[in-house]
Design a protein around this ligand. Structure first.
Ligand code: PBG
Length: 329
């Protein structure tokens, strides 16, 4: 007779045992919804490569953020889609620019029901599509970009953003923005550092979402997908520079980096499940090739399991709704 002494299957025998033995569980409060708000009036516009995600107008965003708050998610991350772009991204620092106007409107709409956060980067606002301003030779100029980021930070803070998402990958951006905020009385405006942001193909649909066309690529400032240690180094630097939260992005293909960062960070670690990760699951599900709901839940659960304390995901509200239904049963 073969009789194994150790039987790990024991704890998997019933739904109740499995629930009790589960190491982590998802909760709406740790989900953040990225939202696109475009300049102009009228209705929200669908984004073809991200089925179910739209470019909002300020009006439609108001309604969406109210629904988001009702679902119990932790926050929204706002991206602006301006009507006009230029070399230095002037729209980013215009107090009436789309991102800043949307921030004021949404903060007024939801108050403290969730955390209104803003993307602090120039790529949505520049005509060349880079995350910074260009030097005469066409390269992205780190230090003059930092000056623009500091200006953006002050306008965003004044607009009511509570958490600034520094996604530009310029060296020294966290300390520069932190100092600018502190010197201007915004000591409680927090900084979310996109520390380990990789030069990824998975941002493809996002470019549609913000209607940005990029000249060249971002490999001179975003991380090489081959580099794991460098992701940890960037996170540690941002912690030293005064970040309140560090982030790894994309999420699903970078769970090793996420786990490494989570192991050494003494501040919260977040992850961004990006547009391409969203599009892949939606596309496969639309073909009937995978079970959409299970794939969505598993993908976000895996990001949490790898070490993320919170997840930016385009499914935030829908996932929260599923979690709330389960709670109610
Ligand atoms: C930069 C920014 C990008 C994304 C978020 N912030 C684009 C990029 O770096 O190319 C991508 C998010 C996504 O793909 O969902 N402002």
């Amino acid at each position: 007779m073969i009789n194994p002494v150790i039987r790990p299957r024991r704890l998997r025998t019933t739904p109740a045992l499995r629930r009790l033995a589960s190491e982590i569980r998802l909760h709406p409060s740790e989900l953040v919804l990225p939202m696109f708000v475009r300049e102009g009036t009228g209705e929200a516009t669908p984004i073809p490569s991200m089925p179910g995600v739209v470019q909002h107008t300020i009006d439609s965003a108001r309604r969406a953020v109210t629904d988001a708050a009702a679902s119990g998610i932790g926050g929204v991350m706002l991206f602006g889609v301006p009507a006009v772009r230029d070399a230095v991204g002037s729209g980013a620092t215009d107090p009436d620019g789309i991102l800043n106007a949307a921030t004021r409107a949404l903060v007024a709409e939801v108050g403290d029901a969730l955390v209104v956060q803003t993307d602090l980067c120039l790529d949505e606002f520049t005509d060349h599509g880079h995350c910074g301003v260009l030097a005469a030779d066409g390269s992205v100029d780190n230090d003059s970009t930092l000056e623009r980021y500091c200006e953006m930070a002050l306008v965003q803070a004044a607009s009511g953003s509570q958490l600034l998402g520094l996604s530009g990958m310029m060296d020294g951006q966290v300390s520069a923005v932190r100092q600018a905020l502190d010197q201007n009385g915004y000591v409680n405006t927090a900084v979310l550092a996109y520390s380990a942001k990789y030069a990824s193909a998975f941002y493809g649909p996002f470019r549609d979402a913000v209607e940005s066309t990029l000249e060249g690529d971002r490999r001179s400032y975003q991380l090489d997908p081959a580099n794991r240690r460098e992701g940890v180094r960037e996170a540690l630097l941002d912690i030293e520079e005064g970040a309140d939260i560090v982030m790894v992005k994309p999420a699903g293909s970078y769970l090793d980096v996420l786990a490494d960062v989570a192991a050494v960070s003494d501040i919260p670690v977040w992850a961004y499940q990006v547009s391409g990760e969203y599009a892949m699951i939606e596309a496969a599900a639309a073909h009937g090739w995978i079970d959409r709901r299970r794939a969505v839940e598993e993908s976000v659960l895996s990001i949490r399991r790898a070490g993320a304390d919170a997840v930016l995901t385009y499914w935030a509200v829908e996932l929260a709704t599923w979690l709330n239904e389960r709670q109610a049963r």
